[in-house]
Write a protein that binds this ligand. Structure first.
Ligand code: C5P
Length: 401
């Protein structure tokens, strides 16, 4: 299953490190090519000798080893892998990754790498639930780092709760899912819109909304990881560009509309942007002054509906058009009506009422509505929503028999 696949395994410090030995054996059995980096913490739990005996390869530990740098520089270690797996990923190691530290070989390799990364966190329940770890993990997931586990159960420290590293078969399954996807989007073109739009009032002021772009950017990244040639048309956001995606930046709804039209034809379009419904008529050339008298009155006119226009693009219509319905009440009915009105194929409905934390937050609870009915997805991170949507899109194009 994994023959010809090159994996870089990073073993960080934690009692669960002993499971990495079994993982190495299973990966070798499946034909994977393995290299291992053992952190100083990891070396407290497993020895370099056991790792190298099982992997049949030299184990890398030292950032400043001249011999290692001559044989295989850390930059090559970072790039010469189809997947990097951190197993176990301790709280400390996740924090280093999130912070972009590079003081040891393993962190430096990750910082220098553009390869996909899977982490298998393992730690005490309180450490896993700590706000710092949650934030670090969310940040990593936003950047496209994938995660397997942790699971709930008895922990090595004697406590019970979430923090136990995923079992080896589950880690194997996650690795195979990434490296040998049962469906793929190779050869397909995808268009994704993301973020808010800024509708200028005058040279310094604009009308905008609270969209962060997190969900749209995560979807573009997930589609690209599944092999789609992906174009992301993004309004102003602070999100980093997803890897392997062509990013076209715009400000206004009109620019987003024109940029999307010129990206056609595509196979699938996902409209996740929170497009401003109105633009300001008669844009002022200079900053409006707080003159005495009445405040200025803004005259608005409607922006084009990008989702509806893509859904009704005649012979340029993408085979699959997916929209979002951010609602604060009557979620299901509103979303189903929106699907009809816009003419798209699927709608992902999400509740953005105050208190749900969806706008700008890391999690999302969605219901997918298609021609056959509705499907409720559990609350997940926006990255997990993106992965699930990308898989569903891939299944749509090449259904598994
Ligand atoms: O009508 P409403 O804004 O609620 O519809 C939401 C869906 O329509 C989202 O998928 C959004 O990206 C898309 N949309 C659009 N262009 C607009 C308004 C909304 O593409 N002008």
């Amino acid at each position: 299953m994994l023959s010809g696949k090159r994996l870089l395994l990073i073993v960080s410090g934690g009692i669960a490190a002993y499971k990495s030995l079994d993982l190495v054996r299973r990966l070798k059995e499946r034909g994977a090519e393995l290299r291992c980096i053992l952190t100083a913490g990891g070396a407290q739990f497993v020895t370099p000798l056991s790792l190298s005996s099982l992997s049949g390869e030299k184990v890398y530990e030292d950032m400043f080893s001249l011999t290692d740098e001559n044989e295989m520089g850390h930059i090559r270690l970072a790039r010469d892998a189809d997947l990097i797996v951190v197993v176990p990923a301790s709280a400390d190691f996740l924090a280093k990754m999130a912070g972009g530290l590079a003081g040891d070989l393993a962190s430096a390799v990750l910082l220098a790498s553009d390869r996909p990364v899977l982490v298998a966190p393992a730690m005490n329940v309180a450490m896993w639930n700590h706000a710092a770890t949650r934030r670090n993990m969310a940040l990593l997931e936003e950047r496209g780092v994938m995660r397997v586990g942790p699971e709930a159960g008895d922990l090595a420290c004697g406590e019970v709760g979430e923090g136990r590293m995923a079992e080896v078969p589950d880690i194997m399954a996650a690795i195979e899912e990434i490296l040998v996807p049962h469906t793929s989007l190779t050869g397909r073109h995808a268009l994704v819109t993301s973020g808010p739009t800024h509708e200028p009032i005058d040279p310094v002021r604009y009308i905008a909304n609270r969209s962060s772009g997190k969900q749209g950017h995560a979807i573009a990244g997930a589609l690209a990881r599944m092999g789609a040639e992906t174009t992301l048309v993004s309004g102003p956001t602070n999100e980093p560009d997803p890897q392997g995606v062509e990013v076209l930046r715009v400000e206004t709804a009109l620019q987003m509309f024109a940029t999307c039209q010129s990206a056609l034809p595509v196979d699938v379009a996902v409209c996740a942007a929170a497009v401003g419904d109105w633009k300001v008529n008669g844009l002022a050339d200079s900053k409006l002054k707080k003159a005495s008298g009445e405040p200025p009155v803004l005259a608005l006119s409607e922006n084009p509906d990008i989702l509806a226009s893509l859904s009704q693009a005649g012979n340029l219509r993408p085979a699959l058009v997916v929209g979002f319905a951010a609602e604060t009440e009557d979620l299901a009915q509103q979303a189903a009506a929106k699907r009809q009105a816009k003419g798209c194929d699927w709608i992902l409905a999400n509740d953005v009422s105050a208190g749900t934390g969806t706008f700008g937050g890391d999690d999302n609870t969605v219901r997918l509505i298609d021609g056959d009915g509705a499907e409720d997805w559990p609350t997940m991170t926006k990255v997990q929503v993106a992965e699930r949507l990308a898989r569903r899109i891939a299944d749509y194009f090449s259904p598994v028999a």
